[in-house]
Ligand binder design. Structure first.
Ligand code: F6P
Length: 526
C-alpha cells in the first residue's frame, strides 16, 4: 500500500508549504488566475483562484493524485470491488444512479436489482400523489412522515428542502414531514397537526435496529391506533425502507410495502436508493429521476476528465493542501441560497463519518491528518454571526462558498433579493482572500476624516489579515439535476481524499461504542 508520506510528491509539498507563498492579495493580481483556476461540469463551476496555491503547488498536488493511483482506486469502486474491507462490502452508491439502459461496470445483477426497486419507488410515489393510497377509513393519504436518523434522514430532508419549489402550492399535493430525534416533542410537533386517517409512516432505516428510529416508529404507530386505526389496518399506514427486510418483517412491516436497498450502500450515500422515496413523493418521480441523472453526469465527469480538469479531484486536492500542508483543521461550508439550508449538515455527516478515521486501510495508525471538522450553515446568516471570527479571529478557516447564478422565485422583487445575496457572496470571498493591511486601513480611516493619531490607534482593530483560502462553487440554477451533481461532487471529493490518505471512507465503527454502551445501560436498568 502506498502511504501518502512515502510518495515523492509529499515531501515536495511539505517543502513548498514551508517556503514563502505570496499572499492571496498578490496572487489575485494575476488577471488570468481566476480563468485559469476555474472549471465546470454538470452545471457547476468551481473558482479555485482563492486557494493559497501557486503553479508549483498545483503541479505537486496533481503529482500526489497520480502517485496515489487514484484512477485505479476509483475504477475499483465503480467495478464493485469490496473496497469497504472492514465490512467486506463493495461501495456502489454510483450504481443507484446509473444509466437505466446500460449496466455500468457493476454488472447486470446490481443493475436489475437497482432499476426494479427504483421502478417500485416511482410507482408508489405516483400512486400516492394521485390519491390512490388509502388509509384505514378509505381516505387518500395526504401526509407522509419519514422516520429515520443520520443517513436515513439528512439526504432526503435536505433535498426535499432544496427542491420544495417543485411542489406547486396551488395544487394540494402530499405533504412530507421528517422526524429524526427520539425526543417526544420532535414527533409530537409533527403529529399534532395531522389526521391519522390520512397519514402514512415511512420508517427508513438501513439496519432496522436503530433505537431512536424504532422508538419513534413504535410511538407513531401507537398514535395511529389511539386515533382510530384498527390494529389489523395498521399496515395500510406503514412503509419500510431498509437493507434488512427480514428485520422489518419481524416488526410487522408488510413485504409489499417494504422498499429495499443493499448493504453495499452506505447510509450517508443512500439518498439515491429507495431511501429517496419521501423525496420522490415530494418532488414527483420524474424530478427524482432527474436528480439521479445529475449525479450520473458528475460520475461521468469524475471518471473521464483529466485530473487537472476534474472538479471533485480539484476540490479534494485543495482540501488536502489546506488540511495536511497548511495544517488547517476545520472546513466551513456556506451556501448562499436558503433552499440549501440543510446542505451543510448533510455534507457534515458524509464527510466526517467517512473521513473521521485514525487508521490506514492496512490497520496501521494514520501517518497523516485525515478528515477536517466540517461545519457551517447559510452564508448570509453566518455573516451576522460567526464570520467575525473568520475575518479577525485566531483560526484560519478554509471556506466553500456555494452560490446559485439564476433564481426564479415568483416574487416581484426576486431579482433584487438575488442581487443582494450574490453580491455578499462575492464580497465575502474577496474580503477573506485580500483582507486589508494596517497601512491601507490607516489610510482609509484618515480619508474618512480621522486624525493620524486616532487612525493609528484604531487601525489594528479594523485591519484584516486576509489570506483565508476559499472555493467558490456556482450552480447555474438550483434544480434536481444540479443538486444531484452537487452532492455527487462532494461524495467524490471525500472518496478522493480518502484514496490519497489510504483510509476506509465507508465504515463507521466510531459510532458503535456509544451505541453498545447505551444498550448495556438499558439492560442494566431493566
Ligand atoms: O449511528 C450512525 C449511523 O449508523 C449512520 O451511519 C446511519 O446513517 C444512521 O446511524 C442510521 O442508521 P440506520 O439507517 O441503520 O437506522
Amino acid at each position: 500500500m502506498k502511504l501518502p508520506t512515502t510518495l515523492p510528491a509529499w515531501p515536495q509539498l511539505q517543502a513548498l508549504a514551508a517556503g514563502p507563498t505570496p499572499h492571496l492579495r498578490e496572487l489575485l493580481t494575476d488577471p488570468h488566475r481566476a480563468q485559469r483556476l476555474s472549471l465546470s461540469a454538470a452545471g457547476i463551476t468551481l473558482d479555485a483562484s482563492r486557494q493559497r496555491t501557486t503553479p508549483a503547488i498545483q503541479q505537486a498536488l496533481l503529482a500526489l493524485a497520480e502517485q496515489s493511483d487514484l484512477a485505479a482506486q476509483r475504477d475499483a469502486m465503480f467495478r464493485g470491488d469490496a473496497i469497504n474491507a472492514t465490512e467486506g462490502r463493495p461501495v456502489l452508491h454510483v450504481a443507484l444512479r446509473g444509466d437505466p439502459l446500460h449496466a455500468g461496470p457493476w454488472g447486470p445483477t446490481v443493475q436489475s436489482d437497482v432499476h426494479r426497486e427504483l421502478a417500485r419507488v416511482c410507482d408508489f410515489a405516483r400512486d400516492l400523489n394521485a390519491g390512490a393510497v388509502l388509509g384505514f377509513a378509505g381516505d387518500a393519504i395526504t401526509d407522509v412522515v419519514n422516520i429515520g436518523i443520520g443517513g436515513s434522514d439528512l439526504g432526503p430532508r435536505m433535498a426535499n428542502d432544496a427542491l420544495a419549489h417543485l411542489s406547486d402550492p396551488a395544487v394540494p399535493g402530499t405533504r412530507v414531514h421528517y422526524v429524526s430525534n427520539p425526543d417526544a416533542w420532535a414527533l409530537w410537533s409533527v403529529l399534532r397537526g395531522l389526521d391519522a386517517k390520512r397519514t402514512l409512516l415511512v420508517v427508513s432505516s438501513k439496519t432496522f435496529t436503530t433505537q431512536e428510529t424504532l422508538t419513534n416508529a413504535a410511538s407513531a404507530q401507537r398514535w395511529l391506533t389511539d386515533n382510530g386505526c384498527p390494529p389489523q389496518d395498521l399496515s395500510k399506514h406503514l412503509v419500510a425502507i431498509t437493507a434488512s427486510p427480514a428485520q422489518a418483517a419481524r416488526l410487522g412491516y408488510p413485504s409489499e410495502r417494504t422498499f429495499l436497498f443493499w448493504d453495499w450502500v452506505g447510509g450517508r450515500y443512500s439518498v439515491w436508493s429507495a431511501l429517496g422515496l419521501p423525496l420522490a413523493i415530494a418532488i414527483g418521480p420524474e424530478n427524482f429521476r432527474a436528480f439521479l441523472a445529475g449525479a450520473r453526469e458528475m460520475d461521468q465527469h469524475f471518471c473521464t476528465a483529466p485530473l487537472a480538469q476534474n472538479l471533485p479531484v480539484q476540490l479534494a486536492l485543495a482540501g488536502i493542501w489546506n488540511r495536511n500542508f497548511l495544517q488547517l483543521p476545520t472546513h466551513l461550508i456556506v451556501p448562499y441560497a436558503s433552499r440549501l439550508l440543510r446542505f451543510t449538515p448533510f455534507v457534515q455527516q458524509m464527510d466526517m463519518e467517512s473521513s473521521g478515521k485514525r487508521t490506514h486501510t492496512d490497520g496501521n495508525p494514520a501517518t497523516v491528518d485525515t478528515g477536517p471538522i466540517v461545519w457551517g450553515g447559510l452564508g448570509i446568516d453566518g455573516q451576522h454571526a460567526y464570520f467575525q471570527l473568520i475575518h479577525q479571529g485566531m483560526h484560519t478557516v478554509p471556506v466553500d462558498f456555494i452560490g446559485v447564478q439564476n433564481e426564479d422565485t415568483p416574487l416581484p422583487l426576486a431579482a433584487t433579493h438575488h442581487g443582494v445575496v450574490n453580491l455578499n457572496l462575492r464580497a465575502q470571498a474577496q474580503a477573506m482572500a485580500c483582507g486589508r493591511s494596517l497601512q491601507d486601513t490607516q489610510a482609509v480611516l484618515e480619508k474618512d476624516g480621522m486624525s493620524t493619531a486616532d487612525a493609528a490607534a484604531m487601525a489594528p482593530h479594523r485591519s484584516f489579515e486576509g489570506n483565508i483560502p476559499s472555493n467558490v462553487l456556482w450552480l447555474d440554477r438550483l434544480d434536481p439535476q444540479r443538486l444531484g451533481a452537487l452532492i455527487a461532487l462532494y461524495e467524490h471529493k471525500v472518496f478522493t481524499q480518502a484514496a490519497i490518505w489510504r483510509i476506509n471512507a465507508y465504515d463507521q465503527w466510531g459510532v458503535e461504542l456509544g451505541k453498545t454502551m447505551a444498550k448495556a445501560m438499558e439492560q442494566r436498568a431493566v
